[in-house]
Design a protein around this ligand. Sequence first.
Ligand code: NAD
Length: 486
Amino acid sequence: MVSRVIPVEDFDLVIFGGTGDLARRKILPGLFRRFCSGQMPPAARIIGAARSDLTDDAYRRDIKLALEEFVAKDSRPAAAVKGFLEQLHYVRIDATGTEGWSALRKLTRKDEATVQAFYFSVAPSLFGPLAERLHTHKIAGANARIVVEKPFGRDLESARILNATLRDHFDESQIYRIDHYLGKETVQNLMAVRFGNMLFEPLWNAQYVDHVQITVAETVGVGGRGAYYDKSGAMRDMVQNHLMQLLCLIAMEPPAHFDPDSVRDEKLKVIRALDPPKRDDIVRGQYESPKKGEDYLDEVENRSSITESFIAMKLMISNWRWAGVPFYLRTGKRLKARASEISIVFKETPHSIFDEDSGRHRNILSIRLQPNEGITLGVTIKEPGPGGMRLVDVPLDMTFADALGPETDDVPDAYERLIMDVIRGNQTLFMRGDEVEAAWAWTDPIIKEWTRRGERPKPYDIETTGPEDAAVLMHREGRRWLDIKA
Ligand code: NAD
């Protein structure tokens, strides 16, 4: 059932930061899987560029270890690993100096038939120096593409500066801002379900939808990223980008075409229609643990930190489609399960013909991003048996692995898909500069207000669903969060 793999155009992909964690854990294992599927052309080259002094062979040895660590054993036959490593090269480069740039120029092809892609898998402070050097050393051709990673700024001003820096050297049509949530199979399926079926779109509005829940729950804490995370918090790290993007895909109007600017124009309109949330519509939390060293405060080594590791919030969208429909967003670390799910909770029927014993029922359309990607529609039916007309909710389950067969295991993960989209020149699943700025313009005043008030987030125990106040946020309006289930 999984569609045929069509090889992409020939390419040179330079990974700045090619020895870093992201390159070793996600980018190169992803490219390896595309190689195994036959999507990577035999002449394509991947060029790692970083500070370490390595030969091509030493780099290949290091990436072989990365594949052993991050790709399952039965998915990496020795011949495939060997073939993939032969397509790897390495250049030692100084992003802020002169070293390595002429070697990189010699190595990269500038003919029309070769796609040039430059992945900036480095700290954002290096984006400007890299963009500038790609031009001054005449490495980037007219069709070059650059890929940048989050964090894309830490507020509106820094995002504007980053955008301006990149646009000094590259056109917006050449800039691919990655949000890996958009590369997930289910997220794209959300668009297929909404716009490919007659069934849902007529119901997709304030008349039929009671509310929407978006949950991205993690079981991990801040771990080794404590110093970085403590300056960021859940709002900057998760809400401003990933949750906001999911919200946009749910709430946007149907675009006229499935092309990058039509989709991104509609997403932008959603962000611009978001109301500023009221103070008591946001709950911030910070995890606690009875075990020493497991507290958020211990992990970030800052006992007076007021950074949030959890957020629950109610958002309202001021437009005709969604007037009066709350969107509840929730994300946090050290929660009871790792699960990302979007649920559209429909209204109850306007009148029940069944007696009171049959209970209250609602259809819920749930889109699971992880684990077990899939879509479930809760439908109300009669409870089987002779007990009279009792109603029960059952799931119409479309877990992709069940519905589409075992080959769904071969569905590319988010990074693989997005990198291949860069090579194909398709920006639909990447954030445009104005979208990022609009998201920061909405986020900034909220964070500024927290900083002004200096309040401590509500403590919550690890392995729970977050602070009690998050439940209250729903209860006070007669609603409840759906459970967080792995
Ligand atoms: P890392 O610290 O593991 O690697 C940094 C890389 O940059 C190394 O290859 C290093 O050699 C190179 N580098 C640093 N300074 C350089 C210079 N002056 N010249 C040339 N190369 C230089 O970082 P990472 O975890 O791989 O993250 C890279 C970027 O991606 C960061 O901006 C990070 O915030 C972002 N990101 C990372 C992850 C992740 O899971 N690791 C997830 C999302 C976003």
